[in-house]
Ligand binder design. Structure first.
Ligand SMILES: Nc1ncnc2c1ncn2[C@@H]1O[C@H](COP(=O)(O)OP(=O)(O)O)[C@@H](O)[C@H]1O
Ligand SMILES: [Mg+2]
Length: 471
């Protein structure tokens, strides 16, 4: 089998600042010495807290075929002459390798951005394209200034479909990343007030997301959400980039990928859609309207990059929700069991509403319990946006609400006394009262921003109660 990078191609792409030591072929790309596999190239990236140079020797010890280090730190490594490459700037060297990976590849490249749903859409698209060819996709949420070049550099030359998640916290970030990805198809899942922290208005967020169109290759296409107030704005932006193939997914009558009917159940959804005028029916193996909307985008994308939408439909019926994004666990309690829905990875007003709606769909269960931690980075509207969750809570007929964090105190005031479980400042203090309260027949949905530490609540419940099945 061909290596990911022959040593010659690797060196040519990296363009070292001095003659490299003897290196072998490269089988993988790593920036974390703890997970280095034999044959990996290790790039000593400087992060906010750590400088990868401190771990270069550990990476070599773990079998890295080469470590890429900064020339300025050369004197720290007098003993290293082989399996080392010195460059002026390690991140830029990684970017050059990523760009070389893009240039040598002749398959189709898809880039996904949006305020929520990037990773869920990326994972579903991966599943839906798999029957149609060799797919390469970002690991978890690798979507930032190092995640995107790492994902590019890891892309095998014979990839048929490369799927990239592109995120941002400030204007200009997507522009820079998309110049490396150069997608054949750029997608926008949705635009809502998420990470508004660095932005004054949601309009600024929309403009920053639209930067994704700037990297689309000549003759390429865009596919975006036609149900949001920004859809005309996005269309204009794409047109301004000279992109003729502009398509929308959603429920509007003129959507190119249109939801004709949607039947939701606790186990999943049945979606009838019109795919560029063709009728298709698709069962989605994970519940929630939001995942059905993502599926529209996914099937549109499969069609636009030349995959089989029929095979994609089949794949989606067996594709569950991703970890932290709706993954379900059936756990034993008393003489029965309860269902734990892990939504702990992320939270903003739109995704919490979506998760509550999905919880509301759970047929006859004993109690529907929502366990919510703060939605972070919402800027000055934060209190109002937390309070506003009372609407989806009431609409979904949630029985009991456990809340934690200073921002959720605003929601607590709105929650009727009879619906209140425990409130705590920190998520750790919710675990004991919640675990003691859970009974057979309950459904417990745990959600919050990553920084609100709701993941440990899920882990604690998984530790305390024995699993029956996971999905
Ligand atoms: N289209 C959508 N609308 C609202 N919420 C969504 C959508 N897609 C996924 N979600 C939910 O939002 C949260 C974040 O999803 P994720 O796919 O990780 O988004 P991102 O990668 O954009 O941060 C999860 O709880 C997920 O279930
Ligand atoms: Mg993500």
């Amino acid at each position: 089998m061909n290596p990911l990078w022959s040593s010659a191609d690797f060196i040519a792409a990296i363009a070292p600042s001095e003659q490299p030591g003897l290196i072998e072929d490269v089988e993988g790309i790593s920036i974390d010495s703890r997970t280095v596999q034999p044959g990996d190239a290790f790039f000593a990236i400087k992060g906010e807290r750590f400088d990868g140079h401190a771990f270069a020797r550990a990476a070599l010890g773990a079998g890295a075929s080469v470590v890429v280090l900064e020339t300025a730190q050369r004197k720290e490594f007098p003993d290293l002459s082989e399996r080392v490459v010195f460059v002026e700037d390690v991140l830029e060297a990684l970017e050059r390798l990523g760009q070389a990976a893009r240039e040598r590849m002749s398959g189709k490249v898809i880039a996904i951005t949006g305020s929520v749903g990037k990773t869920s859409t990326k994972d579903a698209l991966w599943a839906a394209l798999k029957p149609s060819g060799k797919v390469h996709a970002a690991v978890s949420s690798f979507n930032n200034h190092w995640g995107v070049p790492v994902t590019l550099a890891r892309m095998p030359q014979d990839t048929d479909f490369g799927i990239f998640e592109v995120g941002m916290n400030h204007p200009g970030e997507i522009r820079r990343l998309i110049g490396m990805v150069r997608p054949d198809l750029a997608m926008i899942t949705t635009i809502v007030a998420a990470h508004i922290g660095n932005f004054a208005t949601i309009d600024e967020i929309a403009a920053a997301k639209a930067e994704i169109f700037e990297g689309v290759v000549p003759g390429g296409a865009v596919l975006f959400n036609g149900d949001i107030p920004f859809s005309s704005f996005l269309d204009e932006k794409a047109r301004g980039q000279g992109i003729d193939c502009r398509f929308r997914f959603g429920t509007a009558a003129d959507a190119d990928v249109r939801c004709v009917s949607l039947k939701m159940s606790p186990e999943g959804s049945d979606l009838d859609l019109s795919l560029f005028g063709r009728s298709l029916s698709c069962h989605i193996g994970a519940p929630g309207e939001h995942l059905a909307m993502n599926a529209l985008a996914v099937l549109g994308a499969v069609e636009l990059v030349g995959g089989s939408a029929e095979a994609g439909c089949q794949a989606l019926s067996g594709h569950g929700a991703s970890k932290g994004r709706g993954k379900r666990h059936e756990l034993s309690v008393g003489d029965g069991s309860f269902l734990l829905v892990d939504e702990s990875y992320n939270a903003n007003p739109s995704s919490v509403a979506a998760a509550l709606q999905a919880l509301g769909l759970m047929g006859t269960v004993r109690r529907k319990i929502a366990v919510l931690g703060d939605m972070l980075e919402l800027g000055e509207d934060s209190a109002a946006l937390h309070e506003g969750l009372i609407d989806p809570l009431m609409k979904a007929n949630i029985d009991l609400v456990y809340l934690c964090g200073p921002e959720m105190a605003h929601l607590l005031e709105k929650v009727p006394i009879a619906m209140r479980g425990t409130y705590a400042k920190a998520s750790a203090d919710l675990i004991a009262p919640l675990a003691d309260d859970i009974c057979a027949g309950d459904v417990v949905m745990v959600k919050g921003s990553l920084g609100s530490k709701m993941g440990p609540v899920v882990t604690a419940l998984l530790d305390r109660f024995e699993g029956r099945t996971g999905s």
